[in-house]
Structures are given as C-alpha cells and as structure tokens.
Design a binder for this molecule. Sequence first.
Ligand code: MN
Length: 256
Amino acid sequence: MKIFNKEIIGFASSACILLIFGLAHAQAAGDVSVKNGPGKRGEADTIYDAARVWPYVLPDLPYAQDAFEPVISAETVSFHYGKHHKGYLDNLNRLVDGTEFTVSTLEDIITGTAGKDDMSAIFNNASQVWNHTFFWNSLTPDGGGEPPADLKINIEKSFGTVDACKKELASAALSQFGSGWAWLVQDGEKLKVVKTGNAETPLTGGMTPLLTIDVWEHAYYLDHQNRRAEYVDAVIENFINWEFAADNLKKGRRGI
Ligand code: MN
C-alpha cells in the first residue's frame, strides 16, 4: 500500500512539474514568438509609421528571436520584446486613451511631455516604446565590421577612427550608472556619443539618434548576469547595425 501511494505521489508530482513547465513556456513565448518566427523574417513592418497616432502598435522584430544566440538568447529577446517593450506600449495606450494626446504622434508626445512632472508616466512609456523600436533596429545578425563609406567619413571626422568611436560607445554603455542607454547621435555638424538614464532620449535635446544600445539589466542579465561589458563588447563587435545608422544620418530623420 505504501509503495502504491508513493507511485501515485510520484505520478502526480511529475504531472504537476510538466504542467508548470508547459505554462511557463507558453507564458514566456507568448504570441510574439509565433508572429516573429523565422518564416516571417523580412516580411514584417519593423519601423514605426512616424505619422501614426493612438492607438500605437508594436512593430515586428526585423529578425528571428534567436538571431543573436548565444550573446543575446532567444529567451532574453522574448521577454525584452514580448514583455518589456509590449508592456510599455500597453501602458502608453492605456494612459493616452481619452486624453488630448490621442491625435499626437509618438515623437510629439515625447517632446511635449519631457521634463513635465505631472506627465512623467506618459513620457516614460512613450519614450521607452520609441527607444526600444530604435534599439531593435540598431542591431542586426550581420552587424559589426566596417561602417558604410559616408558614415565612416563622418565618424573619422568626429572621433578620428572607427575604433575610437566604438571605444567611446562601449565606455558610455559601461559608465551609465543604473538603467539607461548609450547612443551615437548627430549633433549639428558633429557625431557624438551620449548616454541617457532610464527612459531619457537624445530626441528631447534636439539631437538626431543614429543608433543605440540598451543597458537596462533586462537587456542582458539572463545571459551575462552582472557582466555588462561582456554584452556590450559582443554587441558592438558583432551586431551593431552601421547600415541603420548610415541611413539615419543620410535621411536626417530621427530614426523612426
Ligand atoms: Mn530594454
């Protein structure tokens, strides 16, 4: 009888563990991993329509979620995009519903609410939606290497060499205390590296972002724990999307 009970308990425990694993997997994957599977690569709209007003939408990722393994795992991308990025978007749509901002573009909301204490929730979520879309496009599985000629000339004018630019970008990413972003921007006639905290963006300082690296812990902690430098160096060497930066510089647009 005791053996029988053990078997029952053992079976029940196994079933329970399987159920928990199944639920955890389903929750982690969500709808987005199906939507952005390899079959959809290259077909989706990955950039915001800059003229779009409320309700704002989550653009598809421009690559599969495992495109940066093992530096950035599919699990990290799944949570970062499907939970964090989508979370900011859902918050924003909820906060803007019924306000005067329903007729505003994302960029107008960001510049219109920056620095206003009573609008910090809308600013933070709008800016984080914009920053994340910009970040996903700042990476590409075929990244790193040499920047396109026009961008390279401008980098060399401002930093001396491409290596010096990369070094400054890494340094900004590492020295940003706590959560934030490292950016390559155009500021007047010069290219610069700047860093921003939390949801802050160079858009509100009149600069044109060219590319960014997310250094919030959620961007790397599952894969690298506290070793931010390991994540930053590997991203700059292998995945930085110079073509995207060159395109932003050429068009003089704010990126999205
Ligand atoms: Mn992030």
